[in-house]
Design a protein around this ligand. Structure first.
Ligand SMILES: [Zn+2]
Length: 195
């Protein structure tokens, strides 16, 4: 069985990631409305975004999680390191899911991602038949940040996921993590503008 070379699998190393992420038990009192296990996956997506930034890529990271709460695959943005503007992690995970999961398992899976899917990734998510999306910062937030830093507009319209995928359950943003990611994006664009 060949796995994509651009992806790493994240085998569970302890029991804490094995909790169902769609249950109502556990930490229902979290201010974000997410369980501790869900927040942990979202934190991992933010870590991957930081890894992308450290490698000179845009700070985006994503984790694909199965119905049982186990992390199945993860990736980060590779737009600059591979000189390919389609190398978004959400797109890579949609393709990984088609290659490795049944349609039923894809529909039951959740993508945790640092930044809300762009239109390309929303479409790939929908065509792959994946389930829920949880993101830390929204496309509207990113658009506002980039405009404030005078970053030229992207060639793709900044649509919200719901505009592309009206039937996929979506949760986000998560304010504390969005603040952390704003700083990563600020650093990325400051670095790029100096190069
Ligand atoms: Zn994208």
């Amino acid at each position: 069985m060949a796995r994509s070379t651009t992806l790493t699998t994240d085998e569970p190393t302890d029991g804490t990631t094995g909790e169902p992420t769609d249950g109502t038990g556990g930490t229902a009192g979290e201010p974000t409305g997410l369980t501790a296990a869900e927040l942990s996956h979202l934190h991992r997506a933010v870590e991957l975004a930081a890894e992308a930034l450290a490698a000179g890529d845009e700070p985006f990271g994503s984790v694909l999680v199965g119905a049982d709460g186990q992390s199945l695959a993860e990736d980060r943005n590779r737009v600059h390191s591979l000189d390919d503007r389609t190398r978004h992690p959400e797109f890579a995970l949609a393709r990984w899911a088609v290659d490795h999961l049944t349609a039923r398992d894809r529909a039951a899976a959740t993508v945790f991602t640092s930044g809300e899917h762009c239109a390309m990734c929303s479409a790939a998510h929908g065509w792959a038949g994946l389930g829920r999306i949880v993101y830390a910062h929204s496309t509207a937030q990113l658009t506002e940040w980039l405009a404030a830093w005078d970053v030229p507009a992207a060639p793709v319209r900044p649509l919200a996921i719901e505009e592309v995928l009206p039937d996929v359950p979506v949760r986000g943003p998560v304010p504390d993590l969005a603040d952390e990611l704003r700083e990563l994006h600020r650093r990325f664009h400051r670095c790029r503008s100096q190069s």
